[in-house]
Design a protein. Structure first.
Length: 406
């Protein structure tokens, strides 16, 4: 048994001496300008295959951007670096230390901010194929349509361009692995509050005065979760609006009503301020803006109704305005507490009481306001969730100059 192990070790040493080591291969192939200039293609311009693998994604809500961590690979063939005839010990050679002396196809990132590269590798296969790989973190812009916001889709676009060589000298295209599996083996289904729907890779041609250039784009399509928006944004605001609406049924409790209305208005403002931080910024009027304006106007209208009712009660105590309503009352007889006179004891009160016509008019106004405001809120809610896109489109297409002429 020991003899067999010694014989196998001797055989491996003999075979290792017959193959060429990596250092000797590099010394032989990197002579003169080999690998330092752009190689020519076989039957036309040089073709560079670009690979993409998305490893992680994070959203930046306040700037409507996304940080994407990707692995980009560039693969091309240089016949001058062919070394299969040298009988290499390995099928590839690591040229990372010599990358400054080699020609590498360049890519620009026109729409990205804060590009950070790391984990760079450069390998040469025995047939002269070079594979340059780098891990990059880029900040790419996202776009959300104002018509469908916040229920519509959000698209984030990653753009890579070849702005050095035109298509007559060099062509870039997505490789097959990127087209079939742009996410690689990474299971990315949700990024923050966004649900990833699909990844689409495109190839565009840029026509310029100095030639036609390649542009590679990766479009990430997201959708925001509907249930989270309904539960965390619309439902609390509806509850705050309902509090102010229910204050109309309290009748003469003017102080309590004012506290409820002002409290619901403050809660609405705090709610909108804290929840807008997680929503992306958009241009133009959105459905969120319309909902915020309507809810604030609705609560303010209820507050104005309370002001009108209070003024009616104040006018009802004036003998100048209500001389026709005053009648003599028998001593020792006490009526029911007048409407809109809160927490007053009639037996010890010395102030004037509100006349009956003003009290009943205020009560009638409260009843009418209660049902009309409910009908308005229900009608607006139905239109908002069924015809919201048409309303937003109309608001964004309003021309102020046209309104001035009218």
């Amino acid at each position: 048994m020991l003899g067999r192990l010694l014989f196998a070790t001797f055989l491996l040493d003999v075979l290792a001496e017959e193959c060429t080591r990596d250092a000797d291969i590099v010394r032989q192939i990197l002579t003169g300008d080999q690998g330092a200039v752009q190689p020519a293609g076989k039957d036309g311009p040089l073709v560079v295959d670009v690979g993409l693998e998305v490893t992680s994604m994070t959203t930046v809500a306040h700037t409507n951007t996304m940080n994407v961590d990707v692995i980009i690979t560039r693969t091309w063939n240089d016949p001058s670096l062919y070394f299969a005839h040298l009988q290499p010990c390995r099928p590839y050679v690591n040229l990372f230390s010599y990358r400054s002396n080699l020609w590498i196809p360049e890519l620009s990132f026109p729409v990205s901010n804060g590009v950070h590269k790391h984990g760079i590798t450069l390998q040469l296969s025995r047939d002269g194929t070079l594979v340059h790989s780098a891990r990059m973190r880029q900040n790419i812009p996202c776009k959300t349509s104002a018509l469908d916001y916040p229920f519509g889709n959000t698209t984030c676009t990653l753009v890579w361009r070849n702005e050095v060589n035109s298509r007559d000298n060099q062509q870039m295209k997505w490789d097959n692995n990127a087209l079939t599996k742009p996410l690689g083996e990474n299971d990315i289904e949700q990024v923050g509050d966004l649900i990833l729907l699909k990844v689409r890779l495109n190839h565009n041609e840029l026509f310029r005065q100095n030639g036609v250039f390649d542009e590679l784009t990766a479009v990430f399509t997201f959708r925001r979760g509907h249930y989270k928006i309904l539960l965390l944004f619309f439902l609390p605001s509806m509850l705050f609006i309902t509090i102010s609406w229910l204050s109309l049924s309290l009748g003469p409790m003017a102080i309590t009503r004012s506290i409820l209305i002002i409290g619901s208005l403050v809660l609405l403002l705090i709610h909108y301020y804290t929840n807008m931080a997680g929503l992306p910024e958009t241009t133009g009027v959105t459905s969120i803006d319309v909902w915020k304006v309507f809810s604030i106007v609705f609560v303010v209208a209820i507050l104005l109704e309370l002001v009108v009712v209070t003024c009616m009660a104040s006018m009802g105590r004036s003998t100048k305005w209500t001389s026709c309503c005053h009648r003599r009352r028998r001593k020792g007889m006490y009526e029911l507490e007048p409407l809109y006179e809160e927490l007053n004891d009639l037996r010890t009160r010395t102030t004037r009481r509100t006349c009956g016509c003003c009290r009943y008019s205020a009560l009638f106004l409260d009843c009418i306001s209660l049902w009309i405001s409910a009908a308005v809120f229900v009608l607006f809610t139905l239109l908002f969730f069924t015809r919201g896109q048409m309303i937003i489109k109309w608001l964004n297409e309003i021309n102020l100059k046209t309104l001035n002429t009218l």
